[in-house]
Design a protein around this ligand. Structure first.
Ligand SMILES: Cc1cc2nc3c(=O)[nH]c(=O)nc-3n(C[C@H](O)[C@H](O)[C@H](O)COP(=O)(O)OP(=O)(O)OC[C@H]3O[C@@H](n4cnc5c(N)ncnc54)[C@H](O)[C@@H]3O)c2cc1C
Length: 403
């Protein structure tokens, strides 16, 4: 009988794991709370209205069938594990092997409401869309001269990869928008609040990124935000900084599902797997929800890390299912690409070579397309193996609005 594998979480790690399992003899089910794979790495383009929503996700039911028509997708939210059953809100699911790939969520600071009216994160598609809508509404309102005279201040809190990408893309979009529409007045100011910018990266890269942010007009506030009150960020030096809207990109916490699990974790609550990416005999982990290391050094939680760990974990599940010895995971990262507004990016190629500007932008877009297009193709293929929604055979008897 085929071994049953459940992959919980259809993000970068989970989807990669499914692709690896495609040619195996396993019975694989993907469970995700949402029906889509959110392309988080492109959310900076979404919030700045550079790409439409259709470019920001891949539909999981068709993607899963496109990867392997025998695989199954179930939309449910995992809330626990009991022996060899994954407990969901709707049902429970038996497994021989489980891969946990539920990613991370925004680690909000004190006062930063999760569903705030004036502040949001971008780690979910819903939140990113709300930021985009807020931004667009503000641009629309500013066509009224009275409104446009007022300065509008967006605070981006957090100077890591996501904060930098969002601040530069939003500022660039607004600069372009004003110029293109010959707007006489009005100013949207982006303030990037963070003690340091891209602190894990080499100094020369950080300096170049800051120069680019400044040239766009992003104001850099080199402080830590201690807490947030309605429309006010309180800095560690006691200074109070007003904002009209804040985007929080100041850190991550493991997905809440992880909190419910009695499995090895580090002091921040991230799962701590062994060298085979196992947290228990038949339970493996990959992606942002785990603390991953290379020779003792933590590996940054990125989409690249998630994909590579998803692959390594699934290969070990395949080995375990056929009683073969497991292999230690090794994650080798191939550079990093940072979008810096418009057709401008900064790429750190393997070997530490830094490429900046339009060429780097082409590289960044190439990476995104190289990831997305094959998945879109798979999803299109999967449509053939999935019952389509029924469309009404006859027109509706009456227009709905007339009722
Ligand atoms: C603005 C921004 C820009 C970024 N840019 C880059 C970049 O340029 N390059 C890069 O490499 N990385 C980038 N990252 C980081 C990257 O997006 C993450 O590291 C990556 O998404 C992690 O993948 P994952 O599979 O672990 O988790 P995710 O992609 O977050 O997927 C987790 C999945 O689990 C599901 N899930 C969660 N809880 C449950 C539950 N209880 N039950 C069922 N399903 C659940 C979620 O719905 C989701 O589908 C960026 C992140 C942001 C926010």
């Amino acid at each position: 009988m085929k071994k049953r594998v459940i992959v919980v979480g259809g993000g970068y790690a989970g989807v990669k794991a499914l692709q690896i399992a495609a040619k195996s003899n396993l019975k694989v089910t993907l469970i995700d709370q949402h029906s889509y794979h959110y392309l988080q790495t492109e959310s900076y383009d979404l919030v700045a209205s550079k790409i439409p929503i259709e470019e920001s996700f891949i539909y999981l039911p068709t993607l899963v069938k496109g990867i392997n028509k025998e695989f199954e997708f179930i939309q449910d939210k995992a809330i626990g594990i009991n022996e060899n059953r994954l407990i969901g809100e709707k049902d429970s699911y038996e497994f021989d092997y489980l891969l946990i790939a539920t990613g991370s969520v925004t680690r909000f600071i004190e006062g930063f409401a999760k569903k705030g009216k004036y502040s949001l994160g971008v780690k979910s598609l819903r939140a990113a869309l709300k930021v985009k809508q807020f931004f667009e509404k503000e641009l629309f309102d500013r066509l009224e001269p009275n409104v446009a005279k007022r300065s509008f201040n967006i605070a981006v809190i957090g100077g890591g990869l996501s904060g930098v990408e969002i601040a530069s893309e939003m500022q660039n979009f607004f600069n372009h928008y004003s110029k293109n529409n010959a707007l006489a007045c009005g100013r949207i100011k982006i303030q990037l609040i963070s003690k340091e910018i891209l602190k894990e990266l080499p100094l020369k890269v950080r300096k170049r990124a800051i120069k680019r942010l400044e040239s766009l007009g992003v104001e850099f506030v080199p402080h830590l935000v201690e807490k947030v009150e309605e429309r006010i960020a309180i800095l560690e030096n006691g200074e109070r900084l007003g904002f009209d809207f804040a985007v929080f990109a100041g850190g991550i916490a493991p997905s809440p599902f992880i909190n419910s699990l009695d499995l090895p974790k580090n002091r921040y609550g991230f799962l701590q797997p062994d060298r085979f990416l196992r947290v228990k005999n038949n339970i493996f982990v990959a992606g942002d929800c785990a603390e991953l290391k290379n020779k003792g050094t933590p590996i940054p939680p990125t989409a690249q890390t998630a994909e590579k760990s998803g692959k390594a974990a699934m290969l070990n599940i395949i080995r375990a299912a056929s009683n073969k010895p497991l292999k230690s995971y090794k994650i080798k990262l191939y550079g990093l690409a940072i979008a810096l507004g418009g057709r401008y990016a900064l790429n750190i190629a393997p070997g530490g070579i830094v490429i900046e500007g339009f060429l780097a932008y082409l590289g960044k877009k190439g990476i995104e397309k190289f990831y997305k297009l094959p998945l879109k193709k798979r999803a299109a293929l999967g449509l053939n193996h999935l019952a389509r929604c029924e469309t009404p055979k006859k027109p509706y008897p009456q227009p709905i609005l007339a009722q």
